[in-house]
Design a protein around this ligand. Sequence first.
Ligand code: BES
Ligand code: ZN
Length: 615
Amino acid sequence: MAPISDPCSFSSFSKCVIRHLNLNFYVDFDNHVLKAKVAMTVEVLEDKFSLLTLDTKDLKILKVSANGQDAKFTLGEQQQGYKGSPLDITLPFELSRGQHVIMEIEYETSPRASALQWLSPAQTAGKKHPYLFSQCQATHCRTMVPCQDTPSVKHTYYAQVSVPKELIAVMSALRDGQEPDPSDNNRIIYRFRQPVPMPSYLIAIVVGALESREVGPRTRVWSEKEYVDKAAFEFSETEKMLKIAENLAGPYVWGQYDVLVLPPSFPYGGMENPCVTYATPTVLAGDRSLATVIAHEISHSWTGNLVTNKTWEHFWLNEGHTVYLERMIGRAMEGEQFRQFKAMGGWKELQESVHQLGPNDGRTNLVPNLQELDPDDAYSSVPYEKGFALLYHLEELLGGPEVFMGFVKSYIQMFAYGSATTEEWKNYLFTYFKDKVDILNKVDWNGWMHTPGMPPYKPQYDTTLADACIALSQRWVKAKDADLAGFSKEDIKDFSSHQLIEFLALLLLEEPLTLSHVKRMQEVYNFNSVKNSEIHFRWLRLCIKAQWEEAVPLALKMATEQGRMKFTRPLFRDVYKFDKFRDEAIKTFKEHKDEMHPVTAIMVTRDLKIDSTGL
Ligand code: BES
Ligand code: ZN
C-alpha cells in the first residue's frame, strides 16, 4: 500500500505506528495543567529506524526515554496555525521492521491547551467544585498527549488518573476500578482500559462532581447531579436505539454505551467518544425530541469509531454514513415518512451552509483540500448533508433503503478496525454492486465529490410531514400587514417540535420578515418561551434578521449561556450583522471570552473579525 499522508499531522506514521498508550494523568486544578507520563508501544515499519516524530502543541516536554534509556529530543518551533510543533526523538539505538519499542514521555499540558476546558466552580451547575473536560476531535489531542494525531493510526489504551477525592474521572474507555492515591490521601486514582484500537481523537476525559444512573443494561447517564434525572428521562430510549443499530450495522463492539451530559459550554451537540458519548445539555428538551443526537452518536460506534476516515479530508465518510445510519434508526422508530422529512430538512441545511460559505468556497467540496485549512475552520454541515445526500441518491439508484443498507453493513465489515479514504470507499461500492456498474457509472462523481456548491443532482423526498411546514411558512412570507390578524395559535397546534423547527428553518431561507410579522408571530405562537433549544435558536435568528431590537439581548443571552458552536456562532454573527448592534456583539463576546471554551472563543474571534492579538 502506498504510504498515506495526512496534511494535519507531522508524525512519522508511515515509518512506525503507536499500538498502545499507557497514560498517567495527575489533574492539577490549581494550575490548570495535566502533569502526565505516557508510555507508548510503537511498532516499527522500516529498517534502520531511529527517528520518531510525534505531534504536540503547547506541551512542555520534560523527559523522553526509549526502552528505559534516555533519548534526545527536540521540539520544533511552534508552527503557524493549529498543527503545533513536531517532537523529534532520536532513539539511542536502531530498530528494524516489525520490532517494537516502548517510548516514555514525561510532560505537562499548557493551561491554554485547546483540547481542554477548565471550569471554575462558578461555571458548574453545583457551584462547589471545579470541572475539566476534553474535546480532541479533530486535531486537539496533541495538546493533551504527544501522539500520532492522525485518524489513520489506531491503538488501545490504559489510563490512570489522579483527581481530588470529591471528584470522579470518566474516560472514553471501560472503567477498571479505583484506589486511593498512595502519594496523597486527598486524592483518588481512577483506572480505565480501552481494549479496542481507536484513533487519538477519541481519547477523552472528564473530571467533575459527577453522578450517574443506570438507564439500560449497558448504559448509564452521567452528569452533575442537577441534570441526572432530566438526562435519565431524555435518554431512556438508548437501549432501544442500540438494538436497532446492531440490527442494521452488526454487533456493538465497545461493551458499554454511556451518555455524559456536559456543562453548557460544551462546543458540540454530541461527541462519539467510545464507551461514553458526550452530549450538550441543550438536548435536554424534556420531551425526548432531541434524542436524535444520541441516535447519531450511537451510529458513530460503527461509522467513525470502527471504520474511521483516514484523514480529515475524508471526514464525510464519518459524518455522511453516520447521518445515514442515524436516519435509518429514525426510520425504524418513527417510520419512513419521518426519515424522508429529516432527509429533506438536511438538504435545506446544506443549502444554508453553501449560502453561508459561498458556492465557490473549497469547504463546500465533499472532499476538501486541507493543505492550508484548519479542520475547525472547515467544519460545517457540508460533510454531513452533502455526504448524506450522496448516499441517499445512491440508495435511490440502487434499489432502496434495504439494498443500500446491505452495502453500508458490508462496508463496515470490510473496513472494521481500520480506516478508509473516499477512493477506497468508492472502489468497495463498485465491487459490492458489481452487477450494477452501469448505474454507478452514470453518477457524476466529480460533481458530487470534488466540485464546490450544491450537488449536481437533487434527490426526491416524500413531503407528507413537511407540507404543513411549507404551507404555513409560505403563508407568513406572502402575508401583507393586513393579513396578520388571520394567524392564530391554532396554526401550529398539530405540529411536532420537529415540524416547528422545520417551519422556522424554512423561513430562515427566505428574505427577512418584517418587524410587524415577527411581532405578530410572537403574539400568536409565543416562541420566546419555548425551551427547546433548536426552536429557540431559529426563532431568535429570525427576529434578528427582521431587525427586532428587543431580540438582541435574548440572542446574546443564548449565545453566552450555552456554548454549542452551532448556536453560539450564528447568533453572534447575526447580531454583528445588525449594524446598530455590532459593537454590542463584540463587547458581549469580550466580556465572556475568558469563560468560553478555547475553540469556541477562537472561532467567534474570527467570525467577528476581531484582531486576536489585541484581546
Ligand atoms: N463527531 C461530531 C462532532 C465533531 C465533529 C466534533 C468534528 C469535533 C470536530 C459529532 O458526532 C456530531 O456530528 N455532532 C453533531 C450532532 C448532530 C449531527 C446530531 C453536533 O454536534 O451537532
Ligand atoms: Zn457526527
